[in-house]
Design a protein around this ligand. Structure first.
Ligand SMILES: Nc1ncnc2c1ncn2[C@@H]1O[C@H](COP(=O)(O)OP(=O)(O)OP(=O)(O)O)[C@@H](O)[C@H]1O
Ligand SMILES: [Mg+2]
Length: 459
């Protein structure tokens, strides 16, 4: 006998038209979808309360699914000059924890999560209705394939959750492949009714269906509770507890906009169901959209249509390739700079680890100081220093592994034998003639090496 008050954004009476309900519940979401957000509308409530009527309606009085797409087409038509658009629709049901395509029925479909593409139902058919009539026919056909059975509570009771999804991809007419690409998704969900087996008087298969329905509705409620609980912002949201919540993971919470339409019976006999429905609908109202720039900006969201829309896939690939090219360019620049630095190293470091000189003018400099320092005596040192020319040639074929003290090892460390420990040691005691011969030999070796380098395009 308590008076309870619940506050909602809008309350519709028994006489409200389909158009009115659409105007004040879903119409506003279309702006967000066109801006690239994922949005969802759920019809929630007890069995027989009017969820299917609200979402699907009848041919004479079509519901939110039909009215949304017609309105969407109108808006896209108005943007025709500036945007090129593509609309893809799908219609599926979750029945007894299995996903079925309602437009092209086949066996149960697998669901998987792709880091790039988001939630993907494998093999789900996608369609592009070209007119409102075609869309209406599609919805009627899909609904014929939907699992529904009479129960005591509703002669046409939906025994599955139906999900009608509309993906909208828009791109600037002028501009590159990925210019102004926006992808948004609208999920319109007609849930199966929450039911008490005693009221619906279900037995056998219907009872099993009812248990599955209640289980997935409970999973949905748990997800809503986790999202609504501000304290559990960082805690776990149990999306994986049912097929329904896994399927809608990218459309509830985060930066998505969600509308819950709570359907209740005006009969006092249904007060318990009405109370439960209003309680959960109020809970859903507590979900706050993720704040911050990520929720406000409209990033490219390939995950929404990435797997389905070729143009979207190409745009994403194009972005990846551009990033790859930029990375390779940076690497190339770094390499060129390193090579340029190597070319201007001091002449003493003219030999590359492989034994090839990297400059044409290295030899005379270390030796010139020797020449200036004196040329007499030290004949043995000439013997020691003379094999320089042949040594250079030999270095080219030197085995890779050498004792650290060997001349080859010195070269591998980037130094050349020519670099004297004491400036004058190599040429000390040489006669003028010997020095000239030595320099001539060195010059010819250097010329030979540099022509090899030129041929190899390294100079
Ligand atoms: N606003 C309405 N105006 C006219 N008829 C309605 C309205 N709402 C519901 N109905 C009728 O009531 C019956 C039950 O509605 P509906 O099938 O939409 O319930 P439901 O909530 O989808 O139930 P279930 O969970 O069992 O699928 C249907 O025959 C439907 O046409
Ligand atoms: Mg229904």
């Amino acid at each position: 006998g308590k008076d309870l008050t619940f506050v909602f954004d809008r309350v519709f009476g028994e006489g409200a038209t389909q158009e009115e309900v659409f105007q004040h519940s879903t119409r506003g979401l279309l702006d967000s979808v066109l801006r690239g957000y994922n949005c969802s509308v759920f019809a929630y409530g007890a069995t027989g309360a009017g969820k299917t009527y609200t979402m699907l309606g009848s041919e004479q009085s079509p519901g939110i699914m039909y009215l949304s797409v017609v309105e969407l087409y109108k808006r896209l038509e108005a943007r025709k000059g500036e945007k090129s658009c593509q609309v893809l629709v799908s219609y599926q049901e979750v029945y007894n924890e299995e996903i079925h395509d309602l437009l092209e029925p086949k066996g149960p479909l697998a669901i998987r999560e792709d880091p790039e593409k988001g939630v993907v139902v494998q093999g789900l058919s996608l369609h592009q209705p070209s007119s409102a009539e075609q869309l209406l026919e599609m919805l009627a056909r899909g609904n014929k394939n939907r699992t529904q059975h009479p129960t005591d509570a509703n002669a046409t009771s939906s025994r599955s959750h139906a999900i009608f999804q509309v993906c909208v991809e828009q791109q600037d007419v002028a501009g590159g492949l990925a210019a102004g690409l926006r992808v948004g998704k609208l999920s319109l969900v007609d849930l199966a009714g929450s039911e008490r087996a005693s009221v619906a008087n279900t037995r056998g298969e219907r009872l099993r269906e009812g248990a599955n329905i209640n289980r997935s509705l409970l999973a949905l409620i748990n997800v809503i509770n986790a999202l609504a609980d501000a304290k559990s912002k960082k805690s776990h949201v149990p999306y994986r507890d049912s097929k329904l919540t896994r399927l809608l993971k990218d459309s509830i919470g985060g930066s998505c906009r969600t509308v819950v339409i709570a359907a209740v019976s005006p009969s006092g006999l249904a007060h318990q169901d009405t109370y439960n429905t209003l309680k959960y609908a109020s809970r859903a109202k507590e979900i706050k959209r993720a704040a911050g720039p990520s929720a406000l900006s409209v990033p490219l969201k390939p995950k929404v249509l990435g797997s389905r829309c070729p143009r979207c896939r190409h745009a994403v690939r194009c972005q990846q390739l551009q990033a790859e090219v930029a990375e390779l360019r940076a690497k190339l620049r770094g390499q060129q700079e390193a090579e340029e630095r190597a070319l201007v190293l001091p002449p003493a470091l003219v030999c590359s680890p492989g034994g090839l000189p990297r400059s044409e003018a290295p030899v005379p400099r270390p030796c010139s100081s020797g020449l200036a320092d004196g040329r007499e005596g030290h004949g043995e040192q000439l013997e020691a220093g003379w094999p320089l020319g042949p040594q250079l040639g030999a270095e080219e074929e030197a085995p890779e592994e050498m004792p650290a003290s060997s001349p080859g090892a010195a070269q591998q460390a980037g130094t050349l034998q020519l670099q004297p420990q004491h400036p004058s040691c190599l040429l000390q005691g040489l006669s003028c003639c010997q020095t000239e011969t030595l320099l001539g030999a060195l010059l010819s070796v250097v010329q030979k090496q540099s022509s090899v380098l030129r041929a190899a395009n390294l100079l």
